[in-house]
Design a binder for this molecule. Structure first.
Ligand SMILES: [Mg+2]
Length: 227
């Protein structure tokens, strides 16, 4: 029996990443490995660094430093590369669709799992997701019951009240049987737990082996829960 009746997703780091097709040439200039794999890994290394210092949504210095180090930018160039990364990675560049996540959403939809998205974003997230991933209600892609953008509702994670804007779409559901999948310990695990949901960290590179919360390596593990 599945442990969950519904699944909510964070967007950044779970459905999309800062576009490596933009960032790879930017950092290759400083000696960074331009491979997709290296950039995917660098995102989660950055999130780990952010979580280690409990950095809030507006603080990305630790992320930038860890990201450029992870792709192998030359040591002498890291400060300059991190600044350039900071100036280039803005909300509109969080657009590269994680292919395994997109495929997993298809399979969850086939299983009839009620789903939604709760994202700290800048007003753009619903339109961006509608291009290739999902929309509210029936449409070209995966059907979501709700897509919450922090900018539009005026409250952001780690404030758990952001979920008050999603949960009316899951009326009658037991909160503890709604999974919330995110890639940030501070933003997602903290806020999800405080809201009474079942938070799960997407931790594809095993950065948090000591965690006292649930982790998955990919959304395929969620699919297995329902399959
Ligand atoms: Mg995220």
């Amino acid at each position: 029996m599945p442990r969950f009746d519904a699944v909510l997703f964070d967007a950044g780091g779970v459905l999309v990443l800062p576009d490596p097709l933009v960032l790879a040439p930017l950092l290759a200039y400083f000696g960074g490995d331009p491979s997709l794999d290296s950039h995917r890994r660098a995102h989660y290394a950055g999130m780990k660094a952010k979580s280690d210092i409990d950095a809030g949504e507006s603080s990305w210095d630790a992320y930038n430093d860890a990201y450029v180090a992870a792709v192998g930018v030359d040591e002498d160039d890291r400060a300059e590369a991190a600044e350039m990364l900071d100036r280039t990675r803005y909300h509109a560049t969080w657009r590269w669709v994680i292919p395994e996540s997109r495929a997993a959403l298809d399979r969850l939809a086939e299983c009839g799992v009620p789903m939604g998205v709760v994202s700290n974003a800048s007003g753009q997230i619903e339109a961006m997701l509608a291009r290739e991933i999902c929309q509210v209600g029936p449409g070209d892609h995966i059907e979501m019951r709700v897509i919450v953008d922090s900018e539009l509702v005026g409250v952001a994670k780690p404030d758990p009240r952001i979920f008050d804007h999603a949960l009316p779409a899951f009326d009658g559901f037991d909160r503890s049987r709604i999974a919330y999948v995110g890639d940030s310990v501070t933003m997602d695990i903290g806020a999800g737990a405080a809201a009474g949901l079942h938070p799960i960290l997407l931790d594809p590179y095993d950065h948090h082996p000591e965690a006292d919360f649930e982790r998955i390596r990919s959304l395929d593990e969620l699919v297995a829960e329902f399959g």
